[in-house]
Design a protein around this ligand. Structure first.
Ligand code: NAD
Length: 356
């Protein structure tokens, strides 16, 4: 099984190293063989190849079923024009691989309840929300421009969706809702935006094929409020690119730390891109303090979605729980009475716990 590893910038290489350790442990446990190939993306690709997304990287990814991406970006490249910045590589690879559905679970481990900003009574026995965000449409990819006016300038980013774009991501969300609690909330701004009115009507049409899933619609402003008021009302959420970007970070913070949140991006083929939702964290890069758990759980999603290795995925989730149960914490999730460890040791402990 071929896996492309894209470490990227900042803490990217450190956390990718831990992912490889854990995948190797899974491989030895089940006698699988993973074949790794490394590729460049983001700032490191700009430095070495003069562009954020070299063609070799796209080609390698297209030949593989699964890609793990650490993170990209950093101050060093912030003054480059938009299409040459590290983030352009990120948007470019998602588009090139047709990865239109971004799955972002917001899962609160009971061991980390105290790290959430919400009160215990709101969280009850934990939190488990799956956000499905449309990833290659909307205003991040719509027409954009800028022009001089007599006084100042005018700039625009067009929010645009087609029936097909909404339909395919809605189907992914309905399928996931069917395999979980059977509830789907579609989030839009249909009281104001025409693109949201199309979104809502297409989602309703797709719902006709999923009579066993309970669908409701919610405006994005209300959803932002409900997520902090009563997050347990949500099972699966489906929404557009920009609303999903914002709401999934909000939902993520309810779980305590950015360092705990994995993601998977999938499309029609079986190639998937797996990455933590956090960025390259240049403030802590190279210090052996980054939390590798978001990345390690992204690898679990890879086993599940790209390779159908459900047992391996469950082994990883259980290993993470075991290590947390034993009181080990990286600094971002440290609490009094626990044992503070670094990135490498967290990776080692999870890899060991996978095999046991
Ligand atoms: P960030 O997610 O990198 O960091 C935000 C804060 O969370 C920082 O204090 C950081 O130290 C902390 N943090 C992040 N990941 C952590 C981890 N695994 N363990 C412990 N602490 C962690 O966001 P930012 O600071 O806004 O952005 C930094 C760079 O990353 C920017 O160049 C940005 O464009 C880029 N970025 C990349 C991605 C991506 O590659 N997918 C996503 C978001 C931001």
């Amino acid at each position: 099984m071929k896996i492309v590893l894209i470490p990227g910038d900042g803490i990217g290489p450190e956390i990718t190293g831990q992912v490889k350790k854990v995948l190797d442990a899974i491989a030895s446990k089940y006698s699988y063989s993973f074949q790794y190939e490394y590729a460049l993306l983001g700032g490191v690709a700009i430095d070495e190849m003069g562009m954020p997304l070299p063609k070799e990287t796209v080609d390698k990814c297209k030949e593989s079923k699964a890609i793990f991406l650490g993170a990209v970006g950093g101050d060093k490249w912030d003054d480059l024009p938009g299409n040459l910045r590290p983030e352009a590589g990120l948007l470019g690879i998602r588009k090139a691989l047709g990865l239109y559905a971004n799955l972002r679970p917001a899962l609160l481990f009971p061991q980390l309840k105290a790290a959430s900003t919400l009160k215990e009574e709101v969280l009850d026995d934990g939190l488990d929300i799956m956000i499905v965000r449309e990833l290659i449409g909307g205003m991040y990819f719509g027409e954009k421009g800028r022009e001089e006016l007599e006084r100042g300038e005018r700039a625009w980013d067009v929010e645009v969706y087609t029936t097909e774009e909404v339909e395919r991501v809605a189907r992914v969300a309905f399928e996931i809702a069917r395999s979980r609690g059977g509830h789907l909330t579609s989030i839009d701004k249909a009281n104001v935006l025409e693109s949201s009115r199309l979104w809502r009507s297409v989602v309703e049409k797709v719902a006709e094929d999923y009579g066993d899933v309970e669908l409701r619609h919610m405006y994005v402003d209300n959803a932002a409020m409900q997520l902090v008021r009563n997050p347990k009302q949500f099972d699966v959420i489906v929404t557009n690119n920009i609303f999903g970007d914002i709401l999934s970070d909000e939902a993520g913070m309810l779980t305590g730390s950015l360092g705990m949140l994995p993601s998977a991006s999938i499309g029609d083929g079986n190639v998937g891109l797996y990455e933590p939702i956090h960025g390259s964290a240049p403030d802590i890069a190279g210090k052996d303090v980054a939390n590798p758990i978001a990345s390690i759980m992204s690898a679990a999603m890879m086993l599940e979605y790209s390779f159908g290795l459900e047992d391996g995925a469950q082994d990883i989730y259980r290993a993470v729980e075991k290590v947390l149960d034993r009181g080990y914490r990286t600094p971002d999730i440290m609490e009094p009475g626990m044992k503070e460890i670094g990135t490498e040791q967290m990776g080692d402990l999870i890899a060991e716990a996978v095999v046991r």
